[in-house]
Design a protein around this ligand. Structure first.
Ligand SMILES: [Zn+2]
Length: 180
């Protein structure tokens, strides 16, 4: 899938069979989404990750389970802090998304996410019904970085947290963590 060459109207334009830029900047309020969009336009790492994540993870999942609602995908450090995200969250790179299935159960959605485990570094289920999925490093073409104030630094893996979450989910338990 070609990297988008024009972002003049990113909300209207899609970049995957049925994902839109509006979903990448999903937030609780229109103002928050507008702020995220402004930041996203200048964040080439996040733009590239968003395209890869949609192509290799979210679109295949959506193809299997029907409509899924994205409640959070890309976050700026400010927005991430406001929603209580981890300082090393993959959301900062547009390499993670919080999704809800609207046509199937959370259990079914989890089953489908598990099929793409090789492409995911994080799968975390939440009691409210959403699932956080974070893209594996290999799918960011070696460009996984964590954006902090003042620049970028190497990713600190959340794998240990993730493994526990996946195991707990498989055991039929609900893993509760602060929103990552
Ligand atoms: Zn998340």
């Amino acid at each position: 899938m070609p990297f988008p060459t024009s972002l003049s109207d990113p909300v209207a334009g899609g970049f995957s069979p049925n994902f839109s830029w509006g979903e990448v900047v999903a937030a609780a309020t229109p103002q928050e989404s507008a702020d995220l969009l402004s930041a996203l336009k200048g964040d080439t790492v996040a733009l590239e990750n968003a395209v890869l994540f949609a192509e290799y993870v979210l679109q295949p999942i959506r193809n299997e389970v029907g409509w899924i609602r994205v409640t959070s995908w890309y976050r700026t450090p400010t927005h991430n802090a406001a929603v209580g995200g981890s300082p090393t969250s993959l959301h900062l790179l547009a390499a993670a998304a919080d999704i809800e299935a609207l046509e199937v159960s959370q259990t079914k959605l989890l089953e489908v996410c598990e099929k793409y485990r090789g492409r995911l570094e994080e799968i975390i289920t939440y009691e409210d019904g959403h699932i956080h999925v974070g893209m594996a490093k290999s799918f960011t073409l070696g460009k996984v970085l964590v954006k902090r104030e003042g620049g970028y630094s190497t990713l600190v893996s959340a794998q240990n947290v993730t493994r526990f979450g996946v195991l707990a989910a498989l055991a039929g338990l609900t893993y509760l963590a602060s929103r990552i």
